[in-house]
Write a protein of this length. Structure first.
Length: 161
């Protein structure tokens, strides 16, 4: 099973793709989609959707994992983040992927044993699990963490509990 985790952000959206084979997970690809400074929200949405479409077309994941919506610093940030999540969810439906959402604390607890773990701790654990010496960013690590968490909780059948 190929799983993509997507960490939505208005400036940087991280993605991480793993291949699950039984109880093992292997890194396939990961990175970031960065919106140009000063781009309109509609351009950001289009850029994120189109870049992620290229990635999904190339790797053909069967499942997508996105963090469930949580609070933002202000209402404008929440609105922008919600729009980006909407574009990402649309992408998943457009490509016929199973879509799964988990709370950030649930993912952190599943990977590190502590729901309030720092992002750097999550990055460390992702690197250890996948045997990666370096990750480009926290966004990339968070996206891979989502994919790994889903691989773990979905069991061997690929079905969500």
């Amino acid at each position: 099973m190929v799983i993509i985790g997507i960490d939505p952000g208005s400036n940087v959206t991280g993605y991480g793709i793993i291949r699950k084979n039984g109880a093992r997970a292997a890194h396939v690809a990961s990175g970031r989609v960065r919106a140009p400074v000063g781009a309109s929200q509609s351009k950001r949405l289009w850029l994120i959707y189109s870049k992620l479409s290229e990635i999904v077309s190339r790797y053909r994941p069967s499942a997508m994992v996105v963090e469930s919506l949580f609070h933002a610093k202000n209402s404008q940030s929440l609105i922008k983040l919600s729009q980006i999540r909407g574009a990402i969810l649309l992408l998943g439906e457009n490509f016929g992927m199973e879509i799964h959402e988990y709370a950030p604390m649930e993912i952190k607890k599943g990977l590190t044993g502590y729901g309030r773990a720092e992002k750097e701790q999550v990055m460390f654990m992702v690197g250890k699990i996948l045997g990666l010496s370096a990750l480009e960013s926290l966004d990339e690590a968070d996206a891979l963490a989502m994919a790994l968490y889903h691989a773990h909780v979905s069991g061997f059948s690929g079905a969500h509990p």
